[in-house]
Design a protein around this ligand. Structure first.
Ligand SMILES: Nc1ncnc2c1ncn2[C@@H]1O[C@H](COP(=O)(O)OP(=O)(O)OP(=O)(O)O)[C@@H](O)[C@H]1O
Length: 207
């Protein structure tokens, strides 16, 4: 697989396989293309060489909405819509690809409990959230959709260590409830990578 931007290869000849249930890290220096790799895996960006396959089938032959419902990318800087936290969590079900699923406040409250947050958090306006709290919302928004593959792009970068470890525990617990669920993490926090992943894929700069 290769990604070329304006005639320059960001990375090429990558051969990466993710097994069901696996917890993989993509590591490498800033600017090496980790986010671009996650975005490519999510089908959000094109690739200029090679192909992406899912359960043995080329992703280009699958319906993109179906693939995107199963492989969700958690953006480093979450984009939230004006309104409350709960509005943001509900809004995602309006997308055609998630229409068959339904919002569950009960489920969200279960996710919030280990994060030391209660029901009033759902009524907070997203404009007043801290960067770390916005990352919590983005994470909950993805978890509730039960993807098979969760792509986590520095999901705790704006959090303090306590909150980061609470989110790590939540994601780990979420993953353990279904052995098919797998995650790919990027993070510059090496101890976090050691805690939450079992294998590292090292991305190197193109010469
Ligand atoms: N849409 C784009 N157009 C042109 N260049 C881009 C685009 N997106 C990313 N880049 C460049 O591609 C390179 C890889 O970016 P990427 O964000 O994937 O790096 P990263 O490894 O995730 O970095 P970090 O660890 O700092 O988050 C960078 O040099 C970046 O400037």
């Amino acid at each position: 697989m290769g990604r070329n931007i304006e005639g320059q290869w960001i990375w090429q000849n990558l051969d990466l396989e993710l097994q069901p249930g696996e917890r993989l890290a993509i590591v490498g220096p800033s600017g090496v293309g980790k986010s671009l790799l996650l975005r490519a895996i999510a089908g959000l960006d094109p690739i200029q060489a090679g192909q992406l396959t899912f359960e043995g089938q080329s992703v280009s032959a699958l319906s993109m909405p179906r693939y995107r419902a199963q492989v969700i990318y958690l953006h480093q800087r979450p984009a939230l819509m004006e309104g409350t936290v709960e509005f943001n969590l509900r809004q995602v079900y309006r997308l055609t690809l998630h229409r068959k699923k339904a919002y569950s406040q009960e489920q969200i409250l279960q996710y919030l409990a280990p994060l030391s947050r209660e029901a009033d958090f759902l009524q907070r306006s997203v404009e007043n959230l801290s960067g770390g709290e916005a990352q919590i919302v983005a994470c909950l928004r993805a978890l509730q959709l039960s993807p098979q593959v969760l792509l986590l792009d520095e999901p705790t970068a704006s959090m303090d260590e306590t909150m980061a470890q609470q989110i790590e525990a939540l994601i780990t617990q979420w993953q353990q409830t279904d052995e098919q669920r797998s995650c790919i993490w990027t993070s510059h926090n090496t101890s976090q990578i050691e805690r939450v992943t079992d294998r590292q894929f090292i991305l190197q700069r193109e010469p």
